[in-house]
Design a protein around this ligand. Structure first.
Ligand SMILES: CC(C)(COP(=O)(O)OP(=O)(O)OC[C@H]1O[C@@H](n2cnc3c(N)ncnc32)[C@H](O)[C@@H]1OP(=O)(O)O)[C@@H](O)C(=O)NCCC(=O)NCCS
Length: 215
């Protein structure tokens, strides 16, 4: 039988760092991603996300998350794509790191977002997984800019960004549901990137890049 990865080449992509494996979440991985999210990502009532998706009742989180993965996949085209990578640490799925772009051919710009389950936060894994997708974007996809944003109070997320050399790129006031947040935008280029001292291992780049219309 034909492997799904031959029809959907993004499933061939695997990024490996010293402590982590990052690869697109398949349907078989969704239950582990839901379990990681249900174990807790943030303090109750203090959502770091523009939609408080991790705070919905447990029975809604599973279907919502499945929908999110299916939507990101279904809507990924060379013009607009979003790659949701699972993060495996010591063989367990502990979080997600996404990287996406709109009109990448012209703008050469990616944006990222991420979360880890609380039990593995603060160990440097957030920095390692963001460094992985930035290395992939700059060195393999030839991106020229990586953008992100975080609530101005999100010290961990902004800590990862600062440690990798991102520059502050303005604050915007936004409504996150019924909460008003000051959101810090940040921006990284190859010139300011503080590269890690390890090398990213990449498998499955060619079919994934060709599917995304890159290169
Ligand atoms: C944001 C998140 C992915 C960061 O990952 P992490 O593994 O906890 O962070 P790291 O341990 O890699 O820390 C990276 C850097 O930030 C700093 N940092 C981490 N947590 C911090 C905190 N609470 N306050 C200040 N600095 C912090 C670290 O000191 C480190 O800097 P250094 O390399 O200069 O020492 C993780 O905390 C998380 O999932 N949080 C909840 C979800 C979330 O906020 N997602 C982002 C939405 S924008």
């Amino acid at each position: 039988m034909t492997a799904l990865s031959s029809l959907w080449p993004l499933f061939s992509l695997t990024l490996t760092t010293p402590r982590l494996v990052l690869r697109p979440i398949t349907d078989d991985d969704i239950p582990a991603a839901v379990a990681a999210a249900r174990s807790g990502i943030h303090e109750p009532g203090k959502s770091p996300f523009s939609t408080p998706w991790a705070e919905v009742p447990a029975e809604e989180l599973g279907p919502n998350m499945a929908r999110w993965h299916w939507r990101c996949r279904a809507e990924s085209t060379p013009e607009s794509w979003s790659l949701v990578l699972g993060i495996w640490h010591e063989g367990l799925l502990v979080g997600c790191q996404d990287i996406g772009a709109k009109n990448f051919a012209a703008l050469k710009t990616v944006s990222t977002g991420s979360w880890l389950k609380q039990s593995v936060q603060g160990l440097g894994l957030g920095k390692e997984m963001r460094a992985a997708v930035v290395l992939y974007a700059f060195d393999w996809l030839k991106a020229e800019v990586a953008e992100s944003e975080a609530a101005a109070w999100n010290a961990a997320s902004l800590g990862v960004s600062r440690a990798l050399g991102y520059e502050l790129n303005g604050i915007t006031r936004t409504a996150w549901g019924d909460k008003v947040e000051d959101v810090q935008k940040i921006r990284l280029t190859p010139a300011t990137f503080k590269r890690p001292d390890w090398t990213l291992q990449v498998e499955g780049h060619e079919p994934a890049a060709s599917f995304l219309g890159v290169g």
